[in-house]
Design a protein around this ligand. Structure first.
Ligand SMILES: CC(C)(COP(=O)(O)OP(=O)(O)OC[C@H]1O[C@@H](n2cnc3c(N)ncnc32)[C@H](O)[C@@H]1OP(=O)(O)O)[C@@H](O)C(=O)NCCC(=O)NCCS
Length: 156
């Protein structure tokens, strides 16, 4: 799979493709806390507002050129820790897209000075805990919000 996808930073021109990827995932109602519809305009706004230490990568198929998945790392109040999120097209799950994104994201996160990554996942999410566990993330105890599970891993 990894050889069939190319990973590159998300640009503003990708906003419509990302909205199309995200909207069915939001509508499914189990994967993410996002409830507001994803639109090209709000995705463009998100890209424009990214912090200088943020990482936002996309995975594209060659032909047709489609965005198969996206992964971001956003700074948290602890400068050493980045918050990671991953969204893969519902019809492209379990083909290694998330894992391919993570290889690049990890390298970029180290470059940006993060030493650990954290994933905050809704307890209703049936797939993300296994995904992050497969990448070496470990569930943390004692999150204040019972609706979520937090997983973390060091990257240095
Ligand atoms: C979670 C998600 C990003 C995983 O992406 P993906 O490209 O399907 O994952 P990969 O194919 O790279 O899987 C890597 C490993 O994760 C684990 N994994 C992924 N999906 C899994 C599933 N449905 N059940 C069990 N393990 C799973 C497996 O160990 C897998 O390796 P394997 O296929 O060799 O056994 C994807 O399912 C998704 O976008 N879900 C909807 C949005 C979401 O839940 N995002 C997380 C919130 S941050």
């Amino acid at each position: 799979m990894a050889s069939e996808v190319s990973i590159a930073p998300i640009q503003e021109r990708d906003a419509a493709a990302i909205a199309a990827l995200l909207q069915p995932i939001i509508a499914a109602g189990i994967y993410t806390a996002m409830t507001k519809p994803a639109t090209p305009a709000n995705q463009r706004g998100f890209i424009q507002s990214l912090h200088e230490r943020a990482i936002y990568l996309g995975a594209w198929s060659a032909a047709p050129r489609l965005v198969l998945g996206i992964q971001e790392v956003l700074p948290t109040p602890d400068p050493s820790v980045g918050e990671i999120g991953t969204f893969v097209r519902l019809d492209a799950h379990r083909r290694g897209v998330g894992r391919a994104l993570f290889r690049e994201t990890c390298a970029a996160a180290r470059h940006h000075g993060f030493t650990a990554l954290r994933a905050t996942i809704r307890r209703t999410n049936p797939v993300a805990p296994s995904f992050y566990a497969s990448l070496g993330f470990v569930a943390q105890d004692g999150d204040d919000d019972p609706r979520v599970v937090v997983l973390k891993r060091r990257i240095v």
